[in-house]
Design a protein around this ligand. Structure first.
Ligand code: ZN
Length: 196
């Protein structure tokens, strides 16, 4: 029931955890025709975007905090023919992307601190989502506004109202309480009920 697969790459340096690298992306690429949205929570992402592009990524998201030359980083991703996105940690101001916003296909507002699954949504991030939507409108940007961290049926509608249109869900989808399909239905129903 998903529109795309979001893959969290962690290097044990930018975030405490280590998850997986391009090999896993390559494996997932063989298993689905859905777009692969690769979120690099790693230092020096410029050293690896080529490998993730070759592995089959559709879009690559880099963390603004991990890039010394964000503008060049975005160009590198575009040169590989991929969609480019930038993620902002909860403590990183929106101003970090203001100068490059018109170059971006998507902005990811982290609604938890990256690095672990199962964290709860940081409620201050709602205002940041709103301000990001405002920035898009001011700049005439048609980019997607993605949220990642603690998204569930309980808050997805509120986050959508704040201006997000792409929702990453991990713990609320992969739960012992129900099947993945049932979880996806719950999320979509929570969204639809709100816009109805
Ligand atoms: Zn992510």
């Amino acid at each position: 029931g998903a529109d795309c697969i979001h893959l969290d790459v962690m290097d044990g340096s930018f975030v405490p955890n280590i998850s997986f690298g391009p090999l896993m992306v390559e494996t997932v690429r063989r298993l689905t025709s859905l777009p692969l949205d690769v979120h690099l929570m790693i230092v020096q992402p410029d050293r690896y975007v080529e490998a993730f592009a070759a592995a089959g990524a559709t879009s690559i998201t880099v963390q603004a905090e991990a890039c010394l030359h964000l503008h060049r980083q975005i160009a590198q991703i575009h040169d590989l023919g991929l969609r480019a996105a930038v993620a902002l940690n909860p403590a990183t101001p929106l101003a970090a992307i203001e100068e490059v916003v018109t170059d971006l296909d998507m902005v990811l507002i982290m609604t938890v601190n990256p690095g672990f699954g199962g964290q709860s949504f940081i409620s201050q991030s709602l205002s940041k989502v709103r301000r990001t939507r405002d920035l898009f409108e001011r700049c005439g940007s048609a980019a997607d506004l993605q949220v990642d961290g603690g998204i569930s049926a309980a808050n997805i509608a509120e986050v959508a109202r704040a201006g997000a249109n792409v929702f990453v869900a991990g713990s609320s989808v992969f739960t012992k309480a129900r099947t993945v399909e049932a979880s996806m239905r719950m999320l979509r129903q929570a969204l639809a009920a709100d816009t109805a």
